[in-house]
Design a protein around this ligand. Sequence first.
Ligand SMILES: [Zn+2]
Ligand SMILES: [Zn+2]
Length: 376
Amino acid sequence: MSAPARDYYETLGLERDASAADVKRAFLRKARQLHPDVSDDPDAEAKFKEVNEAYSVLSDPRRRQNYDRFGDADGMGGFGSMDDLFSGFGSMSDLFSDFFGGGARQRRSGRGRDMAARIAVTLAEAATGTERTIAYDRLGVCDDCGGTGSADGETPHTCPACGGSGMRTIVQQTILGRMQTSAPCDVCHGTGTVVEHPCETCEGQGRVPTHEVVTVDVPVGVRDGETLRMAGLGEAGWRGEVAGDLVVEFAVAEDPRFVRRGDDLAARIDVDALEAILGCTVEVEGILEGESFLADVEAGSLEGARLRVEGRGMPRRGGGRGDFYGIVEVHPVADLTSEERETLSRVSRSHGGRIAPELEAVAEGRAPSAKHWPRP
Ligand SMILES: [Zn+2]
Ligand SMILES: [Zn+2]
């Protein structure tokens, strides 16, 4: 057995200047011979995968260009967002099963199915909105017949088997008598129309496996799990019927700095015990790039105290913003000098505070100044 062919052109039996249409035709021809459901060749599956891989590169202008120049489809400038693809619409081989199995499968309607994709964004990206490019494979409109499924441009005519209803009535004799059931017509696959000379490229389906690249607008303030329906970008319809939609789901990542609740954002505000007692104004980093604002920590704030700054939360799609909430976390006061401890002990004592015995002596004037003592 030979090593897997690395030359994608050779795999598909193409010259290097082959057109996009040549690539598609060569791929479909090879794939038909090698599809594991059809071929007897014991290596069919491995060969099918190679053909698949070659096609996925050569059918994508950007990856093909990379491959021609660098010998590697993704080495330079490949899509960074491939991870964004959601497997909701199944694998490549499912796609081809749908395509090759399409002639035999009974269909209720010729409308293409919806497909799903997921786009992951950071919270900061969700705040401003952004753009993402995603790449995916689908059954797209066959260019060779313009989606009609007909080789010679003839308009599809009414299916003689079902009279155009797309359904056939099956009558069965059972012990209870005659039973009538209806099922999609197997001649026209439920579409109600047929063509005399089917297009060779798509075998009359009007659609073929295609590689799509679309740019998606990620809206301002998008929420985790929110979806966007992109009409007509799902699976192409059977013989020119309505295409399904591409349903994009946004996944907004958690942010280490902020907790989001609806349009509001919360973050920890670190203060030391003295700041908590006296109150302070702190500078807070906002969700927008380079944004900062001031927040007031009230005097006497305790651990877990909340403060609110209006209009500094997540931007909203229609304008305006949610609010920012600061949650106070109180930390020990670092590096107090002996003198500072003495000063504080006097303040505390005058409020009836309990203080350490050695500080008590100083506070009462019974002991020499603190500078004789070691630092704590
Ligand atoms: Zn029919
Ligand atoms: Zn076609």
